[in-house]
Design a protein around this ligand. Sequence first.
Ligand SMILES: Cc1cc2nc3c(=O)[nH]c(=O)nc-3n(C[C@H](O)[C@H](O)[C@H](O)COP(=O)(O)OP(=O)(O)OC[C@H]3O[C@@H](n4cnc5c(N)ncnc54)[C@H](O)[C@@H]3O)c2cc1C
Length: 382
Amino acid sequence: MDTFLSPDQLALRAEVREYLDAAYPPERVVEMERDETFPDDFWAECATRGWTGLPVPVEYGGRGGGVLDLCVFVEEVAKTCISLSTLYISATIFGSHALHICGTDEQRSTLLPGIASGRVRFALAMSEPGAGSDFASMTTEATTSGDAWRINGLKGPISGAERADVVITAARTATFEDSRQRGITLFLVEAGTPGMTFERRRFAAMKALVVNNVSYDDVEVPDVARLGDRDDGWLNLARLMDIERTAASAQMVGVAQATLDEAVAYAKVRRQYGQPIGHYQAIGHPLADGLTDINASRMLIWAAARKRDLEGPCPLEASMAKLFATNMASRVASVAMQTAGAVGYEANSHFVRRLLEARGGELGGGTSQIQRTIISRRMGLR
Ligand SMILES: Cc1cc2nc3c(=O)[nH]c(=O)nc-3n(C[C@H](O)[C@H](O)[C@H](O)COP(=O)(O)OP(=O)(O)OC[C@H]3O[C@@H](n4cnc5c(N)ncnc54)[C@H](O)[C@@H]3O)c2cc1C
């Protein structure tokens, strides 16, 4: 598999692994997840080593990395802790790519250097409690009085919102009889803008990340904070979703690989009936299937990433990568947990945590059913 990566990508992966192994031993990850604490030293290190600048173009102080570079990075981080990689995706990838897709020159030159240096973090607020898969049914509204907008509504669940400096907020600005998707506009809403408040949502996993509902009560933003053309937010988000889905899939490979590695190590030392349990075909074959699935998933993800880097939009490839990776991670995590018997089922066990992380992957960025709908539509079936 490594023959598909460049020397720079292999070096990046090795550097990330070395740092995380030293700074984040398993017991530290358990503590962070239990106490819902996001480690600021991770962000500081990402900034120092230039990782926050990975998705940012060189002319804005970044490293100008492509989507494949990002996939290599987030897979490695997710092996250690998916809360870290998810915050990275929201804070840097969403911000830099959204600005690249539809930002103005002024927005790019104001915000991209901050992302690259780790000073500015983003979050993306599309979903609402009443509008998840059917995101076009959103009720958050923005009304204009000329050179300013007032936003009212409730967004959530939003990853890392209370840790963000800028929340990209999707709001309805018009309705069109011929299209439910038209009439949505994106805004760059700065944290601390009066009327914006955060409430924590508590999920079964990814607790160190912190996920919020964000309430907008007459939040006023200037027209220069509009991101992209008025009423065209859906199109821009669709282009961003290609990257989000591809990177989120890479996280799932990281989760699956980490839990499989632990299960294999356990199967080699745990003895029952006088032999290591890994000698039993009933244990070894599902683990072999797991490794095969993980590598198949990597190929789909890297193919989507390469297409995005070389040719542009890749909605079909990104949805296939996400559908396969998230289902695969749930299967592998379940096999890994079964391999470890009662040890795998203990409270705070990494096996339980990773199974829950894998299940979460089947929700964010569009559920598995929605990915199937996108794929079947591209096959001309609906
Ligand atoms: C931890 C976490 C972090 C998140 N972070 C963000 C974020 O940063 N920003 C953001 O905007 N959103 C975020 N989300 C929201 C996420 O995108 C939504 O959860 C997702 O889109 C699904 O919406 P829903 O949960 O409302 O489920 P629903 O849309 O209510 O769906 C419920 C079930 O019905 C199924 N379903 C719905 N419609 C159909 C259909 N037409 N055909 C077949 N099945 C269907 C779904 O697949 C699902 O199984 C996050 C979610 C989680 C869990």
